[in-house]
Design a protein around this ligand. Structure first.
Ligand code: SF4
Length: 348
């Protein structure tokens, strides 16, 4: 089967079924000569790396309202950017976003490079994101393979090798299928087909524009493909978190180390997070232990936190961290695990 020689089924479908997104150019605008804003495409792609479209939309709008251009973002300070990022997780993305904006501003005159290899050299841009930016923002014929594309191609070719082992083959096929005409729209068309028609559960084969070419549909295996290797169970780590409130309503905060999980982020002092953590209170005080555990899941482990709170007077000297009044920091801009703890503290 060679879908390239078939009529442009997918592009025709995309012209009337493209999803609307705040960073996108509609197919009709693209045909009329409107080009996407590379800053918007890049920002959305970085946000989408670990997050769903539904969540990203409001963050994207917040970012472009606050920093309407890449030059404006390049002038922001790191705390502001990570603060606006709070809730999206994987904060290295926010720090790389700022680094990347600064490099483009200083080394590329504020203009996004359009070439895959140059994009790949920029902080936070890996092979997928470089391909997506080159393709979507600059209409270059680059391969773009996300989870949606993996699923569509696995089913079209009824690939029975489980993911991620089949990724190489899928990428090879994706490269072969990418047309020279409107490659950017084509990349988005496959993603949209995967998100709305060739869905993980109960694909809507009866309305699929590729049905007549689909081997999984022909073989009746569309609900089994793609096969996935069984994921290893995530371990659980434990830890303590300390919320200290002073009589003037200031809270004790601590900036996390520059390396490791939540690197450089502001949060409540904590113990180590491990199988068997030792207590590590930042202050000598009487502590209240909350019954409600704070649970949070990171990429490689689940975390179960015991929350301890203390109320102290103005003379107290913490062993580490610093006091800040509520107006001097925004609890909503703390990483989610700290925000969860703050909510439990406030409800108590
Ligand atoms: Fe997916 Fe069904 Fe279309 Fe095949 S026919 S690509 S399984 S939606």
């Amino acid at each position: 089967m060679n879908l390239k020689v078939k009529p442009p089924l997918l592009l025709n479908w995309y012209d009337t079924n493209a999803r609307e997104m705040p960073w996108r150019i509609s197919p009709s605008d693209r045909i009329a000569g409107v080009t996407p804003n590379p800053y918007h495409v890049w920002l959305s792609e970085i946000m989408l790396q670990q997050t769903t479209v539904a969540t990203v939309k409001s963050y994207f709008i917040k970012f472009i309202s606050k920093w309407p251009t890449l030059e404006k973002l390049a002038q922001a300070d790191e705390g502001e950017v990570t603060g606006a990022w709070a809730g999206l997780g994987y904060y290295a993305r926010a720090r790389n976003l700022l680094k990347c904006a600064k490099i483009i501003s200083s080394d590329y005159g504020g203009k996004f490079p359009s070439d895959y290899k140059t994009l790949l050299k920029l902080p936070g841009i890996g092979p997928y994101t470089a391909g997506a930016i080159a393709s979507i923002a600059f209409d270059k014929k680059e391969v773009v393979v996300d989870g949606n594309v993996e699923r569509v191609i696995s089913r079209l070719f009824d690939i029975k090798i489980p993911l991620p082992e089949s990724k190489k083959e899928i990428t090879k096929i994706a490269k072969n299928l990418t047309p020279s005409v409107r490659p950017g729209d084509y990349a988005q068309a496959v993603m949209d087909l995967g998100a709305t028609v060739c869905t993980p559960i109960a694909p809507k084969c009866l309305v699929c524009p590729l049905q007549q070419h689909c081997l999984s549909y022909k073989n009746g295996s569309q609900n089994l493909v793609p096969f996935k290797r069984k994921k290893e169970k995530k371990p659980t780590r434990y830890g303590y978190m300390y919320i200290v409130k002073r009589t003037d309503d200031a809270y004790l905060l601590e900036r996390r180390p520059d390396k490791g999980l939540l690197a450089g982020m502001l949060g409540w002092p904590t113990s180590e997070w491990s199988q068997n953590p030792e207590e590590s209170p930042p202050i000598v005080s009487e502590w209240k232990t909350h019954k409600t555990k704070i649970r949070h899941t990171f990429t490689h482990f689940h975390l179960e936190i015991t929350l301890k709170t203390a109320f102290v007077n103005l003379n107290c000297k913490p062993k580490r961290g610093f006091f800040a009044l509520v107006g001097e920091f925004n609890s909503n801009e703390l990483p989610t695990v700290f925000k969860k703890a703050f909510d439990v503290h406030q409800e108590a």
